[in-house]
Ligand binder design. Structure first.
Ligand SMILES: [Zn+2]
Length: 253
């Protein structure tokens, strides 16, 4: 479902968002009827404004390096800036990957001017106040800022790891290693969260394993195609231009 456009970028939400909001409204309702349902729905909407800002951080950095980003897709588990390509220049990939979490830390910095955490405060109670919403958003942004920096490819931290490795080995080798490390981190993370009963978070790690594998395969395929055309070029000895700087997986960042 398309929502609106920001500077030529289509912001879309996945249909499963309706389920998320139905669930959130129900939780709010059982805590404090209409007021609870409206308040919790509004709070979750505010969190997704932060998710969108995180993605726009990636977009701003990507555009700076000349990468087009036609769409940001919001899923119940987070956002995705769909880039037309991912630069194979490690320094650029690192800056694009870090620009998202950097936005979360800026938001935390701004919120902390106004928000106070009283002693004995717990994040597990619904607070129907502006101060409560502020605390809720600080927690949400800390989770986003920390979680995204885990070296779980294709999360932002995993992209940084891949780029650091790519400075010392081939791009394909770096992707293989980063995807392998990412799977281990995701399995460990899912196990930890299942043990603590946080099933939604565990599902997110399962999704990371799936998305990491998909992107690793896309990189391998692009590499095989490039090799194929190099061979063809050698055979024909024609000056075919091969763009070796870009791969085109649907990027989860
Ligand atoms: Zn990100």
């Amino acid at each position: 479902m398309n929502l609106f456009r920001v500077r030529g970028i289509q912001i879309s939400v996945h249909a499963s968002f309706l389920l998320l909001f139905a669930y959130v409204a129900w939780e709010g309702w059982s805590a404090a009827a209409w007021v609870g349902a409206a308040w919790l729905t509004g709070s979750v909407l505010a969190v997704f404004v932060c998710v969108t800002l995180h993605e726009l951080g990636h977009v701003a950095a990507a555009r700076y390096f000349g990468v087009r980003v036609p769409r940001i897709l919001l899923l119940p588990i987070g956002g995705m800036a769909e880039m037309e390509s991912i630069p194979r220049r490690p320094r650029e990939e690192i800056i694009i990957a870090l620009a998202g979490p950097a936005v979360n830390y800026v938001i935390i910095g701004i919120l902390m001017i106004f928000v106070r955490f009283p002693e004995g405060w717990s994040p597990f109670y619904l607070e129907l106040s502006v101060a409560g919403l502020g605390r809720y958003l600080v927690v949400a942004n800390v989770i986003m800022g920390v979680f995204n920096l885990l070296p779980a490819f294709p999360m932002d931290g995993g992209r940084v790891l891949r780029a650091l490795l790519a400075m010392r080995m081939t791009y394909v080798g770096a992707t293989q290693v980063a995807a392998g490390v990412g799977k281990l981190v995701a399995i460990a993370g899912a196990g930890f969260l299942i043990y603590h009963g946080v099933y939604m978070g565990a599902a997110l790690f399962a999704f990371i394993i799936f998305a990491g594998e998909r992107e690793r395969r896309a990189v391998m395929r692009a590499e095989q195609e490039a090799e194929h055309w190099l061979r063809v070029r050698a055979r024909l000895s024609m000056p075919i231009q091969i763009k070796e700087t870009d791969t085109k997986p649907p990027a989860l960042v």
